[in-house]
Design a protein around this ligand. Structure first.
Ligand SMILES: [Zn+2]
Length: 612
């Protein structure tokens, strides 16, 4: 590495600049691109335009300069050809490194987006290089150019002079016109993985004679998120901070503080308290973090990250042995992961994720975070929904008096027909399926019911639908059913929601219309009914109040059904267990279906969350 800080008096240079890669060998984590470029240079098959893509800080402009040096280097003796291993000492190499080469023109498209900027630049293209082999145009953030600027550029790209090379860099390839992209050789710079970053940062720290603990380095690499430059800036800050402290070692705690991360140990404590159901401890720990300046959203993000980590090492304990894993994550992580199940970690993840959104969207983020922790603590207390049903079934629900006592012990494989035996044998008290939920808005029971309020007599359905004897129609519901049967969906819906029956007799009905119903409804209903039944039907409009609409009757029946389900002892017990839960809908199941549903719940172990 060409590090020129031989003089003690030299002004301090930031690490990101000081350790900027000057050769392909120094580029971190871009092996594939380096190989392709090296081969192209050796074979003298270089494109006249390159486009370098990748997230910020991965080394796009550094790569552009390395290419510029490779193309213009003449070697120590001044006679060299283009080379992937530029010498670093010839006039061209040094001028490019020092940003003062006349034939290497850098432009930041973010600040010069206009067509005139590009015209000015392109004007120079036709002149031969002053001094070097190639005239090289480096345009950073090229996607920022205006469309007229792109058009102007395109003409040059179509017929570039031999002595010109273009190197574009962009974070957003999608904003670069395809016409431009198609004329460039594209190189995608990859996000650098944490292990490579750590190795690189360790080398840098060593050269800087700085001590950085393993945990601190892992945090810096994690925060760098694939960017060498960002990571070096963080390392720089961390070393500067630590320089003040005695011994000068960069500790994990110092980096946490610098990054505004919550204390790692406290996050573990908080997670353990919440998962152990200790609401008070969890809230105290959270307040401790909050008072120390931790952002509530970051605390939840840390908890999410911890949940992910625990799930990972639960599935594959070897992951804890990887490089850059702090001792705390290794030791506390493994012991904590052993005490938690994968389904419970999955539920925790979902709850935290949902909670994080709330925390981010509410002005009172600390309160929102507290509510999330409370939910988490309550959830941890809750048995698996399937277990809960079994427990309640065996303990709380009185068995049918006539049954022998032994029958109360229901095994897992046995059909659960005994479950609701003390209730009347109507389907209404059927399986109120436990689908958990721990927040006030989360329902405990999942609804859905097929109301049987418009029974179309089987005899009607069995017959040819085109011929319905009028005398088979005994009530208004059957009439409405006919409209459904004949796929008169709009009329059917209107009859259900906007029509009140005032009087029914075979061959004549009187109805009251709500304002939403079309005024010719009576005529149309009369005509179709007469057609379908081959009998005359008179439909008259009345201003008497009449019955509630069919829709209203269904709603009332559904409310009654939910009411009956809610008063069921099993559901009552569930509501006590899941504070704030409400019955939202009632699913009717046969005992066999119910058993299957419980087994499904057990298999996936997830608490379904109601979509709001
Ligand atoms: Zn050189």
């Amino acid at each position: 590495m060409a590090i020129d800080d031989t003089s003690q008096n030299k002004p301090y240079r930031v690490l990101a600049r000081k350790y900027r890669p000057r050769t392909f060998a120094e580029l971190i984590g871009q092996d594939a691109m380096v190989r392709t470029l090296t081969n192209a240079i050796h074979a003298d098959r270089l494109p006249h335009a390159f486009i370098l893509t990748g997230v910020r800080g991965v080394g796009k402009t550094s790569t552009a300069r390395i290419i510029a040096r490779a193309l213009n280097c003449v070697g120590e003796d001044g006679n060299g050809d283009p080379t992937p291993e530029s010498c670093g000492v010839c006039a061209h190499c040094t001028a490019i490194t020092e940003d003062r080469h006349v034939d290497v023109i850098e432009m930041d498209a973010a600040s010069r987006t206009g067509v005139n900027d590009i015209r000015e630049l392109i004007d120079g293209v036709r002149y031969r290089p002053v001094d070097a082999r190639f005239k090289i145009y480096i345009i950073d953030e090229v996607h920022m150019l205006s469309s007229s600027a792109f058009n102007a550029l395109l003409k040059t790209l179509e017929e570039p002079p031999e002595h010109v090379k273009f190197i574009f860099a962009t974070t957003e390839t999608r904003k670069v016109p395809v016409t431009v992209l198609s004329r460039c050789q594209r190189f995608d710079l990859r996000r650098v993985d944490a292990e490579k970053l750590i190795a690189h940062f360790n080398t840098v720290a060593e050269q800087e004679a700085a001590k950085v603990s393993e945990g601190a380095m892992a945090l810096i690499a994690r925060a760098a998120d694939g960017s060498v430059r960002d990571g070096l800036s963080l390392l720089d800050q961390a070393i500067a901070h630590a320089g003040i402290a005695a011994g000068g070692e960069v500790s994990e705690e110092a980096v946490r503080e610098m990054l505004g991360l919550a204390d790692g140990g406290l996050i573990y404590d908080l997670f353990e308290a919440a998962m152990g159901g200790s609401v008070e401890d969890a809230l105290n720990l959270f307040n401790q973090l909050y008072d120390a300046g931790a952002d509530p959203a970051i605390v939840l993000e840390d908890l999410l990250q911890l949940t992910h980590w625990l799930t990972r090492i639960k599935l594959s304990p070897a992951a804890a042995e990887g490089q850059g894993i702090s001792q705390m994550d290794r030791e506390r992580g493994i012991s904590l992961s052993e005490s938690l199940s994968i389904p419970s970690l999955g539920r925790t993840w979902q709850l935290l994720l949902k909670g994080l959104k709330e925390v981010q969207s509410l002005p009172s983020s600390a309160q929102a975070a507290e509510m999330v922790l409370i939910r988490l603590a309550y959830m941890s207390d809750l048995p698996n929904p399937a277990d809960l049903v079994r427990t309640l079934k065996n303990n709380s629900v009185p068995a049918e008096p006539s049954k022998p006592a032994a029958a109360q012990t229901v095994t897992e494989s046995e059909p659960t027909s005994g479950l609701f035996q003390e209730a009347p044998p109507s389907p209404d008290n059927g399986g109120a399926r436990m689908v958990g939920g721990m927040g006030p808005n989360d329902p405990v029971t999942q609804p859905s019911t097929q109301p049987e309020l418009t029974p179309t007599p089987q005899s009607l359905a069995d017959q040819d639908p085109s011929v319905h004897a009028a005398n088979l129609i005994q009530n208004f519901e059957q009439i409405v059913g006919l409209f459904e049967e004949h796929r008169e969906a709009i009329l059917h819906a209107t009859l259900v929601t906007h029509v009140h029956l005032v009087r029914f007799e075979v061959g004549h009905i009187a109805i009251r219309l709500e304002p939403e119903a079309p005024s010719d409804l009576a005529t149309r209903v009369s005509r179709l009914l007469s057609e379908w039944t081959q009998e005359q039907w008179l439909v008259s409009i009345s201003d008497e109040v009449g019955d509630p609409t069919i829709a209203e009757q269904r709603d009332a029946a559904e409310a009654a059904r939910v009411g009956r389900a809610t008063s069921h002892p099993l559901v009552q017990a569930a509501i006590k267990t899941f504070p704030g839960a409400t019955v939202e809908t009632v699913t009717e199941r046969t005992p066999d279906e119910f058993t299957e549903a419980v087994d499904e719940d057990r298999a996936d172990g997830e608490i379904e969350e109601a979509e709001t």
